[in-house]
Design a protein around this ligand. Structure first.
Ligand SMILES: [Zn+2]
Length: 198
């Protein structure tokens, strides 16, 4: 397992090997889009999209839940960095959504005593997925319902909705390394087909 020492040491290597892009990005940033995604260590947008410094404006939280600070970050990207696209990126096997799904299956209610901020997040995901019975058995379906709730929240932000920024919804597959666009129920049908083939 990698140690903290090694991680810090890698920064030396990064600084030495990327002088050109560091110098260029130090002058200004011009991100292609803002990305809203999960904090899961396996899904860093900059690596998945082979992005360089200054190319992606990322907001990452547990379960990709957008809070006021997340909305403020998007407003900043749109108003001050001229970002025109918001990419809401979910991922398969999301631990936060799995946790909320388990509460839904076993306890039939969101965490009642909100003892921690994590409970608040799980409770919010729970509310985003509880309305559809398919979410009891289909984790990808629950993940996408949670993503859609984030899109709704982003759309309700007056600054963002006034800007007419495009909002795209994608799912990253942690097993293949590929992203696919979420269009209505296509992903669910693909998954069902796979299940039938087993
Ligand atoms: Zn996740």
């Amino acid at each position: 397992m990698i140690r903290m020492y090694d991680i810090l040491k890698r920064n030396e290597n990064f600084a030495n090997s990327n002088k050109e892009q560091i110098t260029k990005s130090a002058k200004s940033q011009n991100p292609v889009c803002a990305v809203v995604s999960c904090s899961d260590s396996r899904v860093p947008p900059e690596l998945l999209f082979e992005a360089k410094l200054g190319e992606l404006f990322t907001i990452r939280t547990a379960g990709g839940i957008i809070d006021n600070a997340g909305l403020a970050s998007l407003e900043y990207a749109i108003e001050y960095l001229n970002v025109k696209t918001v990419l809401v990126l979910g991922h398969t096997n999301c631990g936060a959504v799995t946790h909320a799904q388990e509460e839904l299956i076993h306890k039939h209610q969101p965490p009642s005593h909100e003892k921690s901020h994590l409970d608040d997040v799980i409770s919010e995901i729970y509310k985003n997925i509880e309305g559809n019975k398919q979410n009891l058995t289909d984790l990808n379906h629950a993940i996408i319902d949670n993503l859609k709730a984030q899109v709704n929240k982003i759309n309700e932000d007056p600054v963002i909705s006034r800007s007419n920024a495009e909002i795209l919804l994608y799912l990253y597959n942690i097993e293949t390394g590929k992203v696919s666009q979420v269009k209505k129920d296509i992903e669910f049908n693909v998954r069902k087909k796979k299940l039938k083939n087993l």
